[in-house]
Write a protein that binds this ligand. Structure first.
Ligand SMILES: [Zn+2]
Length: 256
């Protein structure tokens, strides 16, 4: 076997590149994780399961809480204080979702099973919301996302579009903006935009933008920034933000 791991690993990489494929779907629904959603058969196979299975999957993947501290207050004759119980996930037929969070100290303390989750306050099914998110991530229009998921296009679809963008923003601030590259880092920049050939046309016309990039050689992970100019003053803060101290920098051209 050539370098680069076993045949299974190689197949995994190849199937990832190809994307879907009915034959490449995962047969055992218990094995499906978020990273398998590139194949739509995995996605629909999972979300076609019974509600209780889908909900448990969401809990396992951190999308729904399994338990939270009790939010109810206990009042006796003199004062009121917090209940120190734990609310745990359980089935309940009366609820629209079929599930609830119930306190282990007092059975009357109860709250919605979607409390503190991305699905909180929504009456839509988790399945419809997931289809909406999937379609959105595939760079479709809001209209297409709404059609695919059956979510009403106007106010509801627009709201869910903005909730997803909020998530992107949060992800960007907590993961991308603070991401550090280490080891050997290649840095370079490129000019994107309108070009003129054979001295025809006005070179000052049209949009042009410099893109500065850093690549961690070992993992191939890349960070790109559009920059106004390529001066040391602009690029050094970006390098300081994203490159771990002690890393080796490789660059084809010197700074301007
Ligand atoms: Zn309680």
């Amino acid at each position: 076997m050539a370098e680069g791991g076993s045949i299974e690993e190689l197949q995994e990489k190849v199937s990832f590149r190809i994307g879907g494929g009915f034959r490449r779907r995962k047969i055992d629904v218990d094995d499906i994780t978020v990273s398998d959603f590139y194949n739509p058969w995995n996605f629909y196979h999972l979300f076609m399961q019974e509600d209780s299975f889908v909900v448990k999957w969401c809990i396992r993947n951190g999308l729904l809480p399994n338990e939270i501290p009790c939010i109810s207050k206990v009042s006796n004759q003199e004062s009121s204080s917090k209940c120190h119980g734990i609310m745990k996930f359980c089935k309940m037929s009366g609820r629209s979702t079929g599930f609830t969070l119930r306190c282990n100290r007092n059975r009357n303390h109860e709250c919605a099973s979607r409390k503190y989750s991305f699905f909180e306050k929504s009456k839509l099914t988790i399945q419809d919301i997931m289809v909406f998110i999937k379609t959105y991530l595939e760079a479709n229009t809001l209209y297409q996302c709404s059609r695919q998921s059956g979510i009403h296009y106007q106010s509801t679809g627009v709201d869910w579009g903005s909730f997803i963008r909020e998530l992107f923003k949060e992800h960007f601030h907590t993961h991308v903006l603070t991401r550090k590259l280490k080891g050997v880092i290649e840095i370079d920049e490129s000019l994107f935009g309108r070009r003129i050939k054979h001295h025809r046309g006005n070179p000052r016309k049209g949009c042009k933008i410099w893109v500065f990039g850093m690549v961690e050689r070992e993992s191939n992970s890349i960070i790109l920034y559009p920059v106004r100019e390529r001066s040391q003053k602009t690029l050094l803060p970006l390098i300081e933000r994203h490159v771990e101290k002690g890393s080796t920098m490789e660059r084809l051209l010197p700074f301007k």
